[in-house]
Each structure stands twice: as structure tokens, then as C-alpha cells.
Design a protein around this ligand. Structure first.
Ligand code: GSH
Length: 195
């Protein structure tokens, strides 16, 4: 398998999850400005949508979208699935919230053309969404003692928050510290040149 990624982007969540699952994979870095791979090939031939992450299987099939890739990993490594009878759906519920409510709210903070007013409004929205997810966090991770793929997605959002000086509630600070202390997180950060 090949994970197409950009350092520190949302693809870091899949990178950590693949490490946690002990899956065999290679990394391919994407330049998101030029849509080129390091060997000069066009990334658009792999994922016409142009964004990361994308996971390419050995038979050539390509899976895109954070929610789908993280669900695939949890589906193949039950240790990263949410617990309980409705675990699959609880995990999807959480991934959907992180993707559509938190991840997307960051967009103006990364857009060069965004005004200060846009950025302040985006930071306020992110804070509000962090409050909502913190209220559901069982601790130390979202679903309790065990980390799921959703925790790694949220961890990346918290990394972005820290670099944008957006504070987050105590339960998320605890989650961040627990996730950061995992050896797999350290490996992924080092492989992406971030630690
Ligand atoms: N809907 C996609 C969005 C992924 C996304 O926003 N990726 C960003 C990095 S975090 C990206 O590659 N942006 C560059 C671009 O859109 O060209 C998903 O959830 O996987």
C-alpha cells in the first residue's frame, strides 16, 4: 500500500493509524501546490481531486477521503474501532463530525486570501466545535481508555489549533498529551519531518 501525504496535513491521521495497525505501507510525498510527486509524476493521475490523503492498494485501486481511509484501517484493525454494539456507527459519527465540522472550519486559517475577520470567525467556530467534542470525550481518548482512528484525526486538528494559537478545553489537552506520547505518533511525526 502507498499513503500519499503532505507533511502535517490531515493525511497525518491516516499515517499514524497505519503505524498503529502495523500495516505494511510506503509513503509518497505530494507537493500540494504543484500536485507533483517527488519522482516528478502528477498526483492528479492518482487522485484527480488533488488533495491528500489517498491510499493506493497493491492492485492499483485508490481510496480517498479521511473518513473512508480511517474507517478502512479501523475495519481491518479492530483495536482502533470504537467499542460497543454500535461501534462502527459511533466511529463514523465521530469521524463525520471531525471532518465536516472541525476540519472544514479551519479552511480560512490556511487560505492566503482570507481576511483577518474571516480568520477570527474561523478560530471562533473551531473553538465552539472543540467545546462540543470535548463534552462528549470520555477520557483520556474520545471513547475512553483506548485510542481509535478518530483520536488521531482529532490529534491533527489539535496540532493545527496549537500552531494557530487556538486554545482547546482540558479534556482535549489530555487527549492531545496521551496521543503525543504514543510511539507511533512520534514515528509518524519524525517520518514527516515534524519532530
Ligand atoms: N474531503 C477531503 C479533504 C482533504 C483535505 O482537505 N486535504 C488537504 C490537506 S489537510 C489538501 O490536500 N489540500 C490541498 C488541496 O485541496 O489541493 C478529506 O476529508 O479527505
Amino acid at each position: 500500500m502507498i499513503l500519499y501525504y503532505s507533511p502535517g496535513a490531515c493525511s497525518l491521521a491516516s499515517h499514524i493509524a497505519l503505524e498503529e495497525a502495523g500495516m505494511k505501507f510506503k509513503l509518497a510525498k505530494v507537493d500540494l501546490k504543484t500536485h507533483k510527486l517527488e519522482d516528478g509524476r502528477s498526483y492528479l493521475d492518482i487522485n484527480p481531486k488533488g488533495y491528500v490523503p489517498a491510499l493506493q492498494f497493491d492492485d492499483g485501486q485508490v481510496l480517498t477521503e479521511n473518513v473512508a481511509i480511517l474507517s478502512f484501517i479501523a475495519g481491518n484493525y479492530p483495536g482502533l474501532m470504537a467499542p460497543g454494539q454500535f461501534g462502527v456507527y459511533r466511529l463514523l459519527e465521530m469521524l463525520a463530525f471531525i471532518s465536516s465540522e472541525i476540519h472544514k472550519s479551519f479552511a480560512p486559517l490556511f487560505r492566503n486570501s482570507a481576511t483577518d475577520t474571516d480568520k477570527t470567525a474561523a478560530a471562533a467556530k473551531v473553538r465552539e466545535k472543540f467545546k462540543e467534542i470535548a463534552a462528549q470525550t470520555k477520557g483520556p481518548y474520545l471513547f475512553g481508555e483506548h485510542a481509535t482512528v478518530a483520536d488521531f484525526y482529532l490529534f491533527v486538528m489539535l496540532l493545527w489549533a496549537a500552531s494557530n494559537k487556538i486554545d482547546f478545553p482540558k479534556p482535549l489537552k489530555t487527549l492531545f498529551e496521551h496521543a503525543r506520547a504514543r510511539p507511533t505518533v512520534d514515528v509518524a511525526l519524525k517520518q514527516e519531518g515534524l519532530a
